[in-house]
Design a protein around this ligand. Structure first.
Ligand SMILES: Cc1cc2nc3c(=O)[nH]c(=O)nc-3n(C[C@H](O)[C@H](O)[C@H](O)COP(=O)(O)OP(=O)(O)OC[C@H]3O[C@@H](n4cnc5c(N)ncnc54)[C@H](O)[C@@H]3O)c2cc1C
Ligand code: FES
Length: 276
């Protein structure tokens, strides 16, 4: 069953409080009065407040990596890969961002009630899973986190997961930290050994290859899996169809495409990936 994005977004300015380098990325801590509050898996559509003419022309989507309601602090985890992410990664305290959000459909964290939650992150995919980890642990849900990357520089946010008190397993393809190999192979071994495999739910975010591998695992073990997907976006609010991806099992003509910014970015993997 497809879900749709919850409450309406707002448009506001956020001020950078701190820029914390972390391997190949940075954590931006922002002060903002955001309403409605974000949920894990939702994203913000962001541009630097001070632009040169119309540059950058389009906002870029970034997941909320944490939200401190008491202090009004938002966190983003940003990998500098292009024009806007480099501008944001270089921001200093006092700099301002122009934000539309929160946007998109969150992780269905209620699906983990009374279950064993397995979270799988690849590279920058840890961003939405940090916020989800905090939320699940606050609800006393049994949560195990697997984080993978190409090398040690890509294993992001390790101290944050440790502060949260999460049970965390690390994995690198070059073997420099944690287990050597693919994070999904490590999850496969974990699922083989766990006593509660039929009571497990998976939440994940990472590159497409990882999402395909997780889909195969969810089919093999017959467990539900939800993943956050990426697409290049223009409007971010469901109007332009620029972020559409094909649906795995279309019911009819209108059902063929899904908007990552609206029905997503979080989907049940089987809705989107036909053959894992
Ligand atoms: C829901 C969602 C959440 C996200 N959360 C995060 C997050 O938490 N942290 C984070 O760092 N990133 C996140 N991203 C990814 C981020 O939005 C993109 O990397 C964004 O494009 C960066 O903007 P940029 O201007 O720096 O780079 P861009 O100029 O947009 O380019 C980024 C990369 O994509 C390539 N590219 C650009 N346009 C295209 C195109 N049309 N087709 C194919 N490739 C293209 C570029 O060559 C470059 O390698 C998220 C994306 C989505 C959809
Ligand atoms: S970005 Fe416009 S519909 Fe998704």
């Amino acid at each position: 069953m497809l879900r749709d994005a919850p409450a309406r977004e707002s448009h506001y300015t956020a001020e950078v409080v701190e820029n914390i380098p972390d391997g190949s990325a940075v954590h931006l801590v922002l002060r903002a009065e955001t309403s409605p509050p974000p949920e894990p898996g939702q994203f913000l559509h962001v541009t630097p407040r001070r632009r040169i003419g119309s540059d950058p022309l389009l906002r870029r989507p970034f997941s909320v990596s944490d939200w401190d309601a008491d202090r009004g602090y938002l966190r983003l985890l940003i990998a500098p890969v292009g024009r806007v992410s480099r501008l944001l990664s270089g921001m200093e305290p006092g700099d301002e961002l122009d934000i539309l959000g929160p946007l998109g459909t969150p992780f269905p964290s209620e699906a983990a009630e009374g279950k064993n939650a397995v979270l799988i992150a690849g590279g920058i995919g840890v961003a939405p899973l940090l916020f989800l980890t905090r939320t699940l642990l606050q609800r006393e849900i049994d949560t195990t986190v697997f984080v993978g990357g190409a090398g040690s520089e890509d294993l992001l946010a390790r101290p944050v997961f440790e502060q949260l008190g999460a049970s965390i397993h690390l994995c690198t393809e070059d073997g420099s930290v944690g287990h050597e190999g693919l994070v999904t192979d490590m999850v496969d071994r974990f699922l083989q050994q766990t006593q509660r495999v039929d009571n497990t739910v998976i939440f994940c975010c990472g590159p497409d290859g990882m999402l395909y591998a997780v889909t195969r695992l969810s089919r093999r073990y017959d467990i539900p899996a939800y993943g956050s997907f990426e697409a290049h976006m223009a409007c971010g609010v469901g109007a332009c169809m620029g972020c559409s991806i094909a649906r795995a099992h279309p019911q009819g003509k209108e059902d063929c495409y899904l908007r990552v910014c609206r029905e997503g970015p979080v989907f049940a993997l089987k809705e989107v990936i036909q053959h894992g």
